[in-house]
Design a protein around this ligand. Sequence first.
Ligand SMILES: [Zn+2]
Length: 291
Amino acid sequence: MSDVVPELLKEIQDDFQRQFRSNSKVIDIYGKIRSHLATYKEANEFSIQCGEMLANSFKKYLTTDVLPEGRMWYNIATRILTPTLRNNYSLITDVTDSAQQIFNEKNGIGFKPITPAFNTDRLNGLIDKVSNAENYDEVSWVMDEPIVNFSQSIVDQAIKDNADFQFRSGMTPKIRRTVVGGCCEWCQRLAGTYEYPYVPTDVYRKHNRCRCTVEYISTEKKQNVWTKQTEYFEEESPADKQRRLLKEQREQQTASRRIAERNAVQELMRQHPDWSEAGATKYYRMNLSRQ
Ligand SMILES: [Zn+2]
């Protein structure tokens, strides 16, 4: 039996290149990078385009009649998905690096952008899933939307890694998640502006067909709490000071509790798809909040 992979891979890569070169959104985004206007919004759009174009090429060339016995064998899946997704990774991280570089310059920070690592676990997950069925038709959906989702996740990982790095370097990064196209209830609950590291665990996650955006909106040097307080509260009496500290402590506890509850309620609703948000919240408050 001849090896079908070299020919197939070449057809897919050539087709992707053709689409890439004539994609007006891609051309537009490269233009914005050159004029230092690109943000994570553009990086997100770019990743969706790369994912959709690759999924298109897969759809065109991967069919049961070209695959041996109509099956996507493990070694075929590995040799097709690895180079194509790595190519998307390198195209997309070039854009996230540029967006982060532009962001850093605008915010007067000398940091170099952090490039996220290639997610081998996710790649292996896709390879396993697509090679798991006897007939490719049963699993061809894996080569569609999950490819877009994989591509988007590179941008979200870049935001996460850069926010984390800047936080550890003494900054307070803020990120924002925005609902796009109405999306769904789950996404609506996640939407909002958050100050790193107080972000819901799912803030970077996207379900299939989700086009919501996560952006890095600002970053500032952490305020020197002590200097600021002595300047500002010089006149305050010991009793006032104690009241203020207690109030600040309570506010901080409430904020952490709210985030813990939000995460727990989302987890409960994932485990019990038939539960309403109100029901899950009630369950959490009655049973889990004191653990
Ligand atoms: Zn969404």
